[in-house]
Design a binder for this molecule. Structure first.
Ligand code: CMC
Length: 428
């Protein structure tokens, strides 16, 4: 019979240790018993970027990076993208099961009736500079919401938590749309609760003086699918940040502002913006080979390629590529698509990318669709943050309900100066 343990021999002392294995994982704290002498702190593991460290047990999202599989609560992303709707997927992600009709209707009603912002939030947003980046406005405004709902601090009260979750999912499209209108110098448009989640968002972006605004159903569905694809992605940088901040029991608005800040970076949710800027800079498919030489010489990254977890095609990228044609039928073809296709064609046949398992990720095609839909590039990370709100809050709930979780507090290996005496300035 095989024993579910790992045997480690410390060659410094000759001592052997049997460490239990659970779920193919050892508990890092079990390493601490490995010591050279009594006063020793004990063995740690070193893992910058947490490449091989599980920080939680989770029931939310499953990813098999080698096989290109993504499932929310067990349901394959492909089935959800084809058959479901964003708010249904949001319910599934948060509560663990698909809703029946009654639960779904009540959920949609709740979300639709919390979309308005306090008028002072509007004044606060109006105070930003005319050219403020919408993601900077989004992050700051989400944090500011915490001051409007001070009871949100009672994070251990499930009812209080549930209320803030509804508020946040309802209000992020309004904040996002106000940020966009601000950057265009246009008056903010209030929510229309008769429309769908995606439809209302599009209306808040576009509406001018028309008394009834017609949402294009193809674009509405495309955005709803894009939202579904971005709901959750287990312990990525933004979500890990949500859990780290949440672990000190900060209110969800402030914690989510931190998660959104992590998402903003070009290596994470800012990547779709970076992809677009890269495609514009390349300018023409004929310039692709020269650009790729630069990537291989490590002068720059091929944005929208590579992933920490997927070492095969990102399943979300496949679905997005599939909906691009439907969007282009309405908007006209985005000429940047030709450059993207040429980049992909060359990369998938090139040893540099093959050896490193570099495939298009979710951001490679989403930006092209967003641009065709007339979103400015600066809105791209905001479009990512809206649906990811659901994932952040679900992970935050799971964290707070998990008795084994502790405040996040990593260790370090100190390599700095040893103790030394202070030197007065005139002697330095
Ligand atoms: N272009 C060129 N080379 C790359 C790229 C790329 N996009 N990505 C990785 N590599 C190389 C990297 O230089 C390294 O080569 P070597 O082993 O010879 O040193 C190897 O591939 C492994 O890369 P890594 O940086 O160790 O991988 P990682 O897991 O730490 O990073 C990543 C993952 C997504 C940050 C990285 O692939 C990257 O920077 N991609 C471009 C930015 C991007 O598209 N980000 C969106 C990610 S998906 C959505 C999201 O998370 O928000």
């Amino acid at each position: 019979m095989t024993k579910n343990t790992l045997t480690i021999t410390d060659n410094r002392t000759g001592q052997g240790y049997d460490i239990p294995i659970e779920h193919d994982t050892i508990n890092a704290m079990d390493l601490r018993q490995i010591r050279v002498n009594e006063g020793d702190f004990g063995m740690m593991s070193y893992d910058p970027g947490f490449k091989n460290t599980a920080s939680t047990k989770s029931n939310i999202t499953f990813i098999d990076g080698g096989a290109g599989i993504l499932r929310y609560r067990g349901y394959p992303i492909e089935q959800l993208a084809e058959k479901s709707k964003f708010l249904e997927v949001a319910y599934l992600t948060l509560f663990g099961e698909l809703p029946d009709k009654e639960a779904y209707d009540a959920w949609v009603y709740d979300i639709r009736h919390h979309t308005f912002l306090h008028e002072n939030m509007k004044s606060l947003m109006q105070a930003f500079r005319h050219d403020a980046h919408p993601m900077g406005m989004f992050i700051s405004s989400v944090a500011a919401l915490s001051t409007f709902y001070p009871e949100a601090r009672n994070v251990m009260d499930p009812e209080v938590r549930a209320k803030q979750i509804v508020r946040l999912i309802s209000k992020v499209p309004t904040i996002a749309a106000f940020s966009y209108r601000h950057s265009k110098g246009l008056p903010y448009v209030y929510p229309n609760n008769d429309l769908t989640y995606a439809g209302n968002f599009l209306a808040m972006l576009d509406k001018m003086s028309e008394s009834t605004y017609e949402v294009n159903p193809v674009l509405e569905r495309a955005l709803d699918v894009l939202f579904m694809l971005h709901v959750d992605h287990e312990q990525n940088c933004g979500t890990a940040t949500m859990r780290v901040i949440g672990s000190s029991q900060t209110d969800p608005y402030t914690a989510m502002a931190g998660a959104a800040a992590a998402l903003y970076g070009p290596l994470h949710g800012g990547a779709n913006e970076a992809v677009l800027r890269m495609l514009v800079e390349i300018g023409d498919a004929k310039n692709v080979p020269a650009f790729m030489e630069g990537v291989k010489k490590r002068e720059r990254l091929l944005m929208g390629f590579g992933h920490r977890v997927y070492k095969n095609f990102d399943p979300r990228a496949k679905i997005i590529k599939g909906i691009a044609d439907q969007v282009f039928e309405v908007t006209g073809r985005n000429p940047l698509l030709d450059i993207a296709l040429e980049l992909e064609r060359i990369a998938l046949a090139d040893d540099f990318f093959i050896e490193r398992n570099l495939y298009p990720n979710v951001d490679f095609y989403s930006g092209i669709i967003y641009q065709a839909m007339k979103f400015p590039v600066s809105m791209f990370p905001v479009l990512f943050a809206i649906p990811r709100t659901v994932g952040w809050l679900t992970q935050w709930q799971e964290l707070l309900g998990d008795k084994t979780q502790k405040i996040a507090r990593p260790r370090q290996i100190y390599l700095g100066a040893d103790e030394r005496d202070f030197v007065p300035m005139h002697k330095r």
